[in-house]
Design a protein around this ligand. Structure first.
Ligand code: NAI
Ligand code: MG
Length: 353
């Protein structure tokens, strides 16, 4: 299994180091993993002038999976748009055709107080949002700001064809099959034709997955239900713009940015795995970051790209053990628990494994 590792900027290298230590445990037990590191983001701009340099493109395309830290930082904020670190991120997503973004929102029992919602509403929350990532109003044409009859007009186009909907639908149905077999498709079919098609295609797919119970919900109601009774959901699937908003909303139910992994998959389950948070320049280089989101991203990599459910579960169980034993990085610290550094958190996960 060839893994392209892109540490990126800020805390990226620190959290990636801990995830690699976890993978080393499996390697020492005989798992065949080959790792190749490459540049992405601000560091890549400094070294080559491009946030997604050609050397990185080659390594990422040849790999079976990509493990990414985070990119960006204030020192690159004034660069022209094409050179900004975020362009590297958009560039690699587009280049690898990563159309399916999987974001679990899990609230570990030990962190129930981290949520802004009452523990009885969120404790034990475990949902997965599947967001389409390469289509919708973010990419539709025509777009832009024009002047028409002396007035400025802003325009974006919401567009999906049935193939795009079908392929994200399949990823979502399959994710539901691996979990609790409940899939809620989110749309706005009462006013948007694009999402009427979305609902039709989801209904057409349903007979292929008879073990999954498919339901539909309008996006405004879904936003409400996520804060009213989030545990009613298992897997949710939606388009790019609704998914952007709902996945951020869902992640905040867990209250802990340092805990949330993500996967972005192509049609062959080649994927890029990264924490949901950014490069945290405020704590970079201080060995303070929470590496668990990145370690859990490595678990998702084993599950989705390498089809190794057992090893993925083993990592997730080790993380639960470490939390149950009371170890916390600063972002999830509470009185009565033991504060540890980024590398000490890595030590604990490796020991638990
Ligand atoms: P951020 O997620 O980097 O940080 C927000 C807050 O959460 C900060 O206080 C930070 O210290 C804390 N935090 C984040 N991750 C943490 C971790 N693992 N452990 C402990 N605390 C953690 O978001 P922000 O500050 O808006 O962006 C910083 C930079 O990161 C910007 O340049 C931004 O463009 C970039 N960014 C990159 C992303 C990516 O690479 N996928 C995603 C989001 C932002
Ligand atoms: Mg967002």
């Amino acid at each position: 299994m060839k893994i392209a590792v892109l540490p990126g900027d800020g805390i990226g290298p620190e959290i990636i180091t801990q995830a690699l230590r976890v993978l080393d445990v499996f390697k020492s037990e005989g798992m065949k993993i080959e790792i190749e590191e490459a540049l992405l983001g601000g560091g890549a701009v400094d070294a080559t002038g491009s946030p997604y340099p050609e050397a990185t493109q080659k390594i990422a395309r040849a790999a079976d999976a990509v493990l990414l830290g985070a990119v960006g930082g204030p020192q690159w904020d004034n660069l022209p748009r094409p050179q900004r670190p975020e362009r590297g991120l958009l560039g690699i997503r587009k280049d690898l055709n990563l159309f399916a973004n999987l974001r679990p929102a899990v609230l570990y029992a030990e962190l129930a107080n981290a949520s802004s919602l009452k523990p009885e509403i969120v404790a034990g929350l475990d949902i997965m949002i599947v967001r389409e990532l390469t289509g919708d109003i973010y990419f539709g044409e025509p777009r832009g700001i024009t002047t028409e009859n002396g007035k400025r007009v802003g325009r974006n186009t919401m567009i999906y064809d049935e193939d795009e909907i079908r392929r994200i639908g399949r990823v979502a149905f399959q994710a539901a099959q691996r979990r609790n077999k409940k899939l809620c498709s989110v749309d706005k079919m009462n006013v948007l034709e694009t999402t009427q098609l979305w609902r039709d295609v989801m209904n057409e797919l349903a007979p292929e997955y008879p073990d999954v119970e498919l339901s539909h919900m309008l996006v405004d109601n879904a936003a409400m239900q996520l804060v009213r009774n989030p545990k009613q959901f298992d897997v949710m699937v939606t388009g790019n713009i609704f998914g952007d908003i709902l996945s951020d909303e869902a992640s905040m139910l867990t209250g802990s940015i340092g805990m949330l992994p993500s996967a972005s998959l192509d049609e062959n389950n080649k994927g890029m795995y990264e924490p949901c948070h950014g490069s945290a320049p405020d704590i970079a280089g201080k060995n303070l970051a929470n590496p668990l989101a990145t370690i859990l991203s490595a678990a998702m990599m084993l599950r989705y790209s390498f089809n190794d459910e057992a090893s993925a579960t083993r990592i997730e169980t080790a993380v639960k053990k470490v939390l149950a034993a009371g170890y916390r990085t600063g972002d999830i610290f509470e009185p009565g628990t033991q504060k540890v550094s980024c590398s000490e958190m890595g030590d604990q996960v490796v020991a638990a494994l």
